[in-house]
Design a protein around this ligand. Structure first.
Ligand code: GLN
Length: 491
């Protein structure tokens, strides 16, 4: 019997096409995993079990028809299920963004990324949990309760795409979509021991993504292997006329070599990413992984990204500033629930006061303050200038190296509740992921070991703009040579 929990997407495609596996069996397997594990993990905010079963039956009919007359290639994801972070619109399915202010919002259209995956025959299992409006690093800011880490139920799965990462790690979905504004794909991927990509800013359409920080937001993919991520990435990436910030740069098909070798690849290791306070096991595992890259033929050198220490304060001015503008639309009039009042102004106050959570309010206050007349130049304007310096650091580094290797986060998964009373400690978890968003460069996280508690450690690779392929090839070579990505939590 095939162990469905270990199949790669490529193997799944082959089994479905040969008729050895049906989409119904596959979809049932994931729905059973969800039914068994959801009470302890709470990775989902909405399930579409019945619709998924119906779609899988249809997919099986398509496959049977195709096998009889295979004139055209079968769409790549025919009959393969996925989960989607609840900040992306799916027509007819609730989209809460983990917030009470959108608790009954049902979008009338699909996000472009969703539309593209459905057009490839994928089957949607449901929407995954997230920190409210993707603001957070643990999913504890979800108004609907935190997700738990499949490796240790007392710990956070990371965030804000913690629901998607936990679902993939626990084999409740073979792959999932997440979003990354400051690390929300990479950090949960790292905490849950899966592979996750944050593409170049503008590489993937944001149409139908509920905006958090518009100059930082990117839709990303979480899966078990770099090869799986590569497949899905190539299907969602590319220009979208409905998102003017998407690039017209063509998306080359990601060709991965079966032979694990990295000859000629120049890898830079930035000193600034190995700071005091980093968990020693994280540093060790990442340095060992760099050694593996070297053994595979890569040339490794130390590099410097001198403005790294400013990424955190810069991000926590720019992201809240953009968020404060983006979230102005939730006023109790246009979307979601409304708290009635005598005058319109009080409708806004009461609805926003009652329905936004504490972290979202904190960010709105920070952001409006940073943007206010008199403070704009000192805070927002200054932050934008330093952002340019951070971007220049990367440009300079990528003259000398093809890939930057670093930790994803300074620690492995922390305990639920550990940072909830200390926002600054929570923000510090993002220290290694924020720079890539500020610079707009792509980043990839994947497992490279475990700490003494059996929690996954992730490594991050970054490349210059539009070089996702380099990241995916490097991680794929690493995964051919090692087996960390095959480890599963016992549940
Ligand atoms: N943790 C960061 C924040 O709270 C990043 C979140 C994200 O990438 N969506 O803003």
């Amino acid at each position: 019997m095939t162990d469905l929990a270990t199949l790669t997407l490529k193997q799944t495609q082959q089994l479905l096409q040969s008729g050895e596996l049906s989409s119904l069996e596959l979809t049932r397997f994931y729905l059973q995993q969800i039914e068994r594990l959801e009470p302890s993990l709470h990775a989902f905010l909405h399930l579409a079990a019945e619709a998924a079963i119906a779609q899988s039956v249809q997919a099986d009919q398509c496959i049977t028809a195709w096998r009889r007359q295979p004139q055209q290639p079968l769409p790549a994801l025919t009959g393969i299920p996925l989960a989607v972070k609840d900040v992306l619109c799916v027509q007819g399915m609730p989209c809460t963004c983990g917030s009470r202010i959108l608790e009954n919002f049902i979008p009338p259209y699909h996000a472009t990324v969703v539309e593209r995956l459905l057009a490839q025959g994928a089957i949607l299992l449901g929407k995954t949990n997230t920190d409210e409006f993707a603001m957070g690093s643990s999913t504890e800011n979800s108004a609907y309760g935190a997700t738990r880490n499949p490796w240790d139920l007392s710990r956070a799965p990371g965030g804000s795409s913690g629901g998607s990462a936990a679902a993939v790690a626990a084999r409740m979905a073979p792959f999932a979509l997440g979003t990354d504004t400051g690390g929300s794909v990479r950090q949960p991927a790292s905490f849950c021991g899966v592979t996750g990509i944050k593409p170049t800013y503008g590489r993937v359409s944001r149409y139908g993504l509920v905006a958090y920080g518009s100059s930082l937001d990117v839709v990303g993919v979480l899966a078990r292997t770099a090869a799986d991520v590569a497949l899905v990435f190539s299907l969602v990436a590319g220009h979208d006329r409905r998102d003017a910030t998407t690039t017209r740069q063509p998306v080359a098909p990601v060709v991965l070599q079966d032979e694990p070798q990295l000859r000629g690849l120049r890898v830079g290791v930035p000193d600034e990413y190995f700071i005091t306070g980093i968990q020693p096991e994280v540093e060790n595992a990442v340095r060992q992984a760099v050694n593996v890259l070297q053994q595979l033929g890569a040339e490794v050198q130390a590099i410097s990204l001198p403005h790294t220490e400013y990424a955190l304060p810069v991000y926590y001015l720019i992201a809240p500033a953009e968020a404060s503008a983006n979230l102005a639309r939730y006023d109790g009039v246009r979307y979601g629930p409304r708290l009635p009042a005598e005058v319109l102004w009080d409708v806004f106050f009461r609805t926003r006061g009652a329905k936004f959570g504490a972290e979202v309010k904190r960010r709105i206050m920070l952001g409006t303050y940073a943007l206010s007349a008199g403070y704009y130049d000192a805070y927002y304007g200054k932050a934008q200038k330093v952002r340019t310096l951070i971007k220049q650091d990367f440009a300079r580094a990528f003259e000398a190296v093809d890939v930057i290797a670093a930790p994803v986060a300074p620690t492995t998964a922390f305990r639920l509740g550990q940072h909830t009373d200390d926002p600054l400690a929570m923000y510090l978890e993002d220290v290694f992921t924020l720079p890539a968003n500020l610079a707009g460069v792509p980043g990839l996280a994947f497992p490279v070991g475990f700490d003494q508690h059996g929690l996954p450690v992730g490594m991050q690779l970054m490349a210059s703009h539009y070089n996702e392929t380099t990241l995916l090839r490097t991680a794929h070579a690493y995964q051919q040579a090692t087996s960390w990505h095959t480890c599963q939590p016992e549940l």
